[in-house]
Design a binder for this molecule. Sequence first.
Ligand code: ARG
Length: 458
Amino acid sequence: MWGGRFAGGPSAIMREINASIPFDKALWRQDILASQAHVAMLAAQKIVSAEDAETISIGLDRIASEYEADGVPEDWDLEDIHMTTESRLTELVGPAAGRLHTARSRNDQVATDFKMWVRDAMDAADAALERLQRALVTRAGEHADSVMPGFTHLQTAQPVTLGHHLMAYYEMTRRDRSRFADARARLNQSPLGSAALAGTGFPIDRDMTAEALGFDGPTQNSLDAVSDRDFAMDYLMAAAQCSLHLSRLAEEMVTWASQLFGFIRLPDALSTGSSIMPQKKNPDAAELVRGHAGRIVGATTALMVTMKGLPLAYSKDMQDDKPPVFEAAGLLDLSLAAMASMVEDTAFNTDRMRAAAERGYATATDLADWLVTEADIPFREAHHITGEAVRLAETQGKALDALELADLKAIDERIDERVYSALSVDASVAARASYGGTAPEQVRQRVAEARQSLGMEN
Ligand code: ARG
């Protein structure tokens, strides 16, 4: 394709280090679409004849069906997807093929193809996130009243509802979707027609190709357009943050599935056994989601480091932009699908959760609050009195609401029998009815709002 200037061909090592076809063949659909839009524009602008454009367009369709049926051939001599397609086009339609590359360069071509690929990846992430959200709000609605321990420092802190806990992840996924949406809106300008770096002298119509390819309009600076990979980093950063959320949920699944917690039974379909210990059921899918987050963060770092310090405009380093994005997108897709299935099909052991909340003195704050409200004791003093009650309960091996009134009165005589109504875990969660709090009534409201915004029935 560029042999004219050269006396000798590239060495074997040059061919190998230069070849991106092993991975950029993933761009073939976008590459064909962009070429179709480009040639239609060239014809409309009378830069190529209608007959040549027709010949090229039919040839491109034929190549698309070949790729679809047999895959994209990998010939390192042809470097990348752009040259692979053009070379096949030349075989199919002869010299007319040579007119396709008028007023274009592989630099604007690859930027356009890659943007379109990343745009699809953003749409796929959004759809997968929506599925996860539906699962979260469905399970949260089922468990608006199920009491479990809420933790800080992974120590039992206060009782919460399982629905509230699941809806915390719904909030994270809402931010994830909004990050992908922001990134998509920012991405959506077409680089095509920026040519190598400076634009072109041919009378092209950039609005026409932008519109044909689903962009909002053309990019405004050709140097920026061929050297911008912000869209790929925006995608990766949104993907990385999303993967962190998935990893935290996965971590909770791993913990909750352990025998020591026993809060959940993971679906068999997302677990594996051990080859040596017959009793084991391992949460491998959750662990891999946790692991994949590390690789997605790594991919993000990789591209940022590749881009750092590159002068304008295109440099070949930028060919390395694709593997991290492709890898991260594959891992994110899998992670989202795995977590959606896990949330959909996990069995929650609500008896164990409630028992754990009752066991962990989770209502100690409620006792302190009761002393403040009902006995008019300053909170700091109430905190101290409650601490003594917890110590006594620990010594007697009892829950707080199983302590004798006489024993409580011995700690502070202002305590009376009404205190027991505050010490149950149900009373505790019901009391936390501040906006966004864990009370079942609050959780039901948030679930209803979420269902409405997801277009689910209420
Ligand atoms: N395969 C190249 C890439 O992915 C296409 C652009 C090549 N441009 C060039 N000037 N050599 O970046």
